[in-house]
Design a protein around this ligand. Structure first.
Ligand code: NAD
Ligand code: IPM
Ligand code: MN
Length: 362
């Protein structure tokens, strides 16, 4: 095809603000002679509940499955927080991930040199940080049955089920080992095998796959409580972190502290079908509508999309352009220092788009 079909799901809160900047940057790629895109926009999350009474309508799911890629801003917010079960905005996102078969969520962290002094960690602690969390995304306690809530007063109770099959563990472990081979050759598998039966299956399965097919990769195991501490204490030791759905959610926000803002972390949710590209952060209701959101996580998610589409040149151009604008000292409020130059969400997006135009094909 002469263009890629991209479904946009801007969603709620800052979602639409950051999504608009990713689109601006992608359009700049095209203008500069890079790949071309046809964008179609759909409601997802809270806005879709308001419009259609469903956070992820079937026709939206079908559009996503038929596209070359999906870019999602963020879903959820206080307006929809009293809803339960499948009516929640977040349930809509889970349904989309499941429908796309996006079982592997890649969440990379590297810290641009010019942001080193912004990290809450000392410079020497973050030197050399370059880690990739491979988070299982369509199983575990997010999807396990049974789930429920019943009773009243003192008798009220609720339950979720953490469940993994060996197949689910193997396929995501494979993704982690393959990435390790392309990187520094080390996988750290994170679980709670000292307590949870499901984690013991996780550890046994990862170990067996390692022995059978990936003995060239170094494999370590950590308990999740220790892993959370190690990420802050000695983050440069990690290459690929392999973990389940819930632990991966928590550890990826933990790793966002290294660069000093959640607004820096992109992600790709892959599995075989259409890829879903979404920042690690949420809808940030506390800053929505103020032009304060950092669009980098969303723009860098678009760069991961370009990589996945086989457009490595354009992906590199986007990443180098983002670095360039940061190096020039421009920052959104989350990264501001007395020396930095302040930029709004759209100002930062525009600057990156301008840089991209100079860079593609160069
Ligand atoms: P959040 O990620 O939205 O915000 C956490 C903190 O980080 C806030 O202080 C916020 O201002 C800040 N932040 C987040 N992204 C930022 C950005 N791009 N630039 C600057 N600052 C940024 O998490 P939360 O407040 O716990 O959740 C808010 C809502 O978002 C909830 O409804 C939650 O379910 C939802 N959520 C959605 C997704 C998603 O759609 N993928 C991810 C996480 C949370
Ligand atoms: C994330 C989010 C989601 C998750 C929520 C909104 C369902 O926190 O993408 O990290 O927990 O997967
Ligand atoms: Mn999260």
């Amino acid at each position: 095809a002469d263009h890629y079909r991209i479904v946009l799901l801007p969603g709620d809160g800052i979602g639409p603000e950051v999504c608009a900047e990713a689109v601006r940057v992608l359009k700049a790629c095209t203008e500069a002679g890079g790949p071309a895109f046809a964008f179609t926009e759909h409601n997802a999350g809270g806005v879709a509940i308001d419009r259609d009474g469903d956070p992820m309508p079937d026709d939206t799911l079908a559009e996503c499955a038929g596209a070359d890629a999906v870019l999602l801003g963020a879903v959820g917010g206080p307006k929809w927080d009293e809803l339960t079960g499948p009516m929640r905005p977040e349930s809509g996102l889970l349904k989309l991930r499941k429908a796309l078969g996006a079982f592997a969520n890649l969440r990379p962290v590297s810290i641009p040199a010019c942001l080193a002094d912004h990290s809450p960690l000392k410079r020497d602690r973050i030197a050399g940080v370059d880690l990739l969390t491979v988070r299982e995304l369509t199983g575990g306690i997010y999807f396990g049955q049974p789930v429920g809530r019943e009773g009243e007063g003192d008798d009220e109770r609720a339950w979720n089920t953490m469940l993994y099959s060996a197949d689910e563990i193997r396929r995501v472990a494979r993704v982690a080992f393959e990435w390790a081979r392309k990187r520094r050759g080390v996988v750290t598998s994170v679980d709670k095998a000292n307590v949870l039966e499901v984690s013991r299956l996780w550890r046994d399965t990862v170990r067996a796959l390692h022995e059978a097919e990936y003995a060239d990769v170094e494999l370590n195991h950590l308990y999740v409580d220790n892993a959370a501490m190690q990420i802050v204490l000695r983050p440069a030791q990690f290459d690929v972190i392999l973990t389940g759905n819930l632990f991966g959610d928590i550890l990826s926000d933990t790793s966002a502290t290294l660069g000093g803002s959640l607004g820096l972390l992109p992600s790709a949710s892959l599995g075989g079908g259409t890829g879903l590209f979404e920042p690690v952060h949420g809808s940030a209701p506390d800053i929505a509508g103020e032009g304060k959101a950092n669009p980098l996580a969303m723009i860098l998610s678009a760069a991961m999309m370009l990589d996945d589409l086989g457009e490595a040149n354009a992906a590199d151009a986007v990443r180098r352009s983002a670095d360039r604008v940061l190096e020039a000292g421009y920052r959104t409020a989350d990264l501001r220092t007395p020396e930095s130059k302040s930029a709004s969400t759209s100002e930062l997006g525009r600057m990156i788009a301008e840089e991209v135009k100079d860079r593609i094909g160069s």
